[in-house]
Design a protein around this ligand. Structure first.
Ligand code: PMP
Length: 305
């Protein structure tokens, strides 16, 4: 990671190297931290943050689910993200707000700890590599089951959830794959460790519903909007892993990964005739985030100097 200049910590922009927390930070021990992943892109009008308000809203909702009171409004958090991107040299970056139970008290009860908030940004290329928009990545169905909302609130983007994601990711990498696909406790397709998943069969696009235990992704929502604008047939429905194997196209969606084509799952090649709908989504997403499509400029928050 290339160091940037500033990190936003509890209301102030501090030098990158000074953004440190104590070893006894409560959230570090008990998994009580909620976070976001946002991206800023270069556009013809300068750097802009993609769907900032939706990310801030999800950030506040994650905190609400865990009873964490950040003490900042949506407007203040959005401004903090803009101020940070403006203060750092990168023209395109990933932005990571995180709210966590801070230093002072230990023990599982988080309510005695003050909530701290930090926001960092750094340059981050395509999360699943260059193949993700070219020939596609190779995925495996994980032996780990996606966490269930009866045990953990899956709609909260809590760091604790990512122990489950990390187990699946490590297993995929150890098996020589690029990414994992997690099934839910019903054995139906849920999502990737940090991405939602879509499939195309006979020109019909579909993705698992929120009730399948996924994180409701903002990129997923973007793709759904594209599908509507393209007048594609689209459904939110459950799929088995066999239905993925026999799909014409499969792709992941996520802020880090973008729209990422999948070319193989568990050794089965996906589709044989290219991936025209995925290619369209890749192109539309690239156009929207880079401010090349007027229709989607409402999703861009400019970072003016
Ligand atoms: N699922 C999980 C588990 C994730 O961590 C992410 C990344 N935030 C996503 C899906 C995709 O969400 P988004 O498109 O909002 O980045």
């Amino acid at each position: 990671m290339k160091a940037q200049e500033k990190i936003w910590m509890d209301g102030k922009l501090v030098p990158w190297g000074d953004a440190k927390i104590h070893i006894l930070t409560h959230g570090f021990h008990y998994g009580l931290a909620v976070f976001e992943g946002i991206r800023a892109f270069s556009t013809p009008d300068g750097t802009a943050i993609f769907r900032l308000d939706e990310h801030v809203e999800r950030f506040l909702n994650s905190a609400k689910i865990y009873r964490l009171d950040m003490g900042y409004s949506a407007k203040e958090l959005a401004k903090a993200c803009v101020d940070l991107v403006r203060a750092n040299p990168a023209k395109e970056c990933y932005i990571r707000p995180i709210a966590y139970t801070g230093y002072g008290e230990m023990g599982i009860n988080p309510l005695t700890s003050k909530v701290s908030v930090g926001i960092a940004s750094w340059e981050w290329g395509a999360y699943l590599g260059a193949d993700s928009t070219g020939k596609g990545v190779r995925a495996m169905v994980s032996s780990w089951t996606r966490i269930d909302s009866r045990s953990m609130p899956v709609q909260a983007k809590c760091t604790a959830n990512y122990a489950n994601s990390a187990l699946a990711k490590m297993e995929a990498l150890a098996g020589g794959y690029d990414e994992a696909i997690l099934l839910n406790t019903q054995g139906m397709v849920a999502e990737g460790p940090g991405e939602n998943i879509f499939r195309v069969k006979d020109d019909v696009l579909s993705t698992p519903p929120a009730s399948s235990g996924i994180l409701r992704g903002i990129t997923r929502d973007t793709v759904i909007q594209f599908a509507s604008d393209l007048k594609l047939r689209f459904y939110r429905n459950d799929a088995t892993k066999e239905e993925l194997y026999t799909s014409d196209e499969v792709f992941f969606s996520g802020t880090a990964a973008g729209v990422a084509k999948v070319r193989e799952i568990d050794g089965r090649r996906i589709g044989y005739d290219g991936a025209p709908i995925t290619d369209k989504m890749v192109k539309l997403y690239d156009g929207a985030v880079h401010g090349k499509l007027k229709r989607y400029s409402k999703w861009l928050t400019p970072v003016k100097p």
